[in-house]
Ligand binder design. Sequence first.
Ligand SMILES: CNc1nc2cc3c(=O)[nH]c(N)nc3c(CCc3ccccc3)c2[nH]1
Ligand SMILES: [Zn+2]
Length: 377
Amino acid sequence: MTDQSTKKFSYTLKATDGRARTGVIHTPRGDIRTPAFMPVGTAATVKAMMPESVAATGADILLGNTYHLMLRPTAERIDRLGGLHKFMNWDKPILTDSGGFQVMSLASLRKLTEKGVTFKSHIDGSKHELTPERSMEIQKLLGSDIVMCFDECPALPADRKRIAESMRLSMRWAQRSRDAFGDRPGYALFGIMQGGLERDFREESAEALKEIGFEGYAIGGLAVGEGQEAMFDCLDYAPGFLPEDKPRYLMGVGKPDDIVGAVKRGVDMMDCVLPSRSGRTGQVWTRMGVLNIKNARHQDDPRPIDENCTCPACTNYSRAYLHHVFRSNEMISGMLLTWHNLHYFQEIMQGMRDAISEGRFDAWEADFHANRAQGDI
Ligand SMILES: CNc1nc2cc3c(=O)[nH]c(N)nc3c(CCc3ccccc3)c2[nH]1
Ligand SMILES: [Zn+2]
């Protein structure tokens, strides 16, 4: 167990190539190589993966969810049992979301006021309240290393008036989150930029967050159905509004080409449920593009998913086998496909970290897109 109090949280920028950056986030529980992809462990598990397998894919950090864990098994119980790291047997860094986003997408009977949000649990219908103060308390009880401000992520499409009001509420909540977070050496609080697809509101939000001061800054309010083009248009300016010497976390992104486009535009950290969730539905992401293993064309195919992949699925199993266990709804199907997808996502990140360090990001990006076949793979 590392002594949390002595070591600090810091970000070191190592190299840039255009607007792309590579560096390291130092935390008392370990370093995070950026750009970083962070697997999502919603209910204290990255579904279908043992923690040591998640580490084996190259992940330096994983995500937890305030919303899910406060409902079940509750933050107080996890605290009594030694905190989330011990509870889920993951001793590297953990980032937890603040809960507001999940309330709006999962809970029912939600009531939003200046104070916070009240809602009914999607699990058992019990009533709960989340405020900036309660979210900070929950994330402290969980023991997460990177805490997210409590914010409101407006559903798109929304008119400018709604976007502005929502963003300004989130900025007031950001101040309350900062005040409630307190002085916790070694732990980090990240602000979350809002503002929809409006450049002026994005700049206003960034200025408000910089005024408060955070250890890192997230770009929220995206990957909510706006589409890649609109997201990239926003990322053409939004990261630049944030401090250069602090990590930038784009929340909820995304497909491999979304991730590459975001890193190209200056993003350092990303998360997405895609590799694990799609793995359970048979969707397999590879350097040649995406395939679905349930397709009958795989049932006699002795080849691995990807000859060049070193993950256990590609090293030891044929497409025919993976097709069979998927069709038979065997547990090993979700395990192997999730492992492969997470391994591939981390391979993309390592490729970009190396390319940026060596000043050849554009060539790497061109190669990445060239490999993605149009037809069957
Ligand atoms: C899929 N798209 C997506 N867009 C998001 C926007 C926001 C946003 O504006 N505010 C907050 N707080 N979270 C967001 C999330 C959830 C990310 C997450 C999930 C699980 C664990 C830890 C973190 C988003 N996810
Ligand atoms: Zn593989």
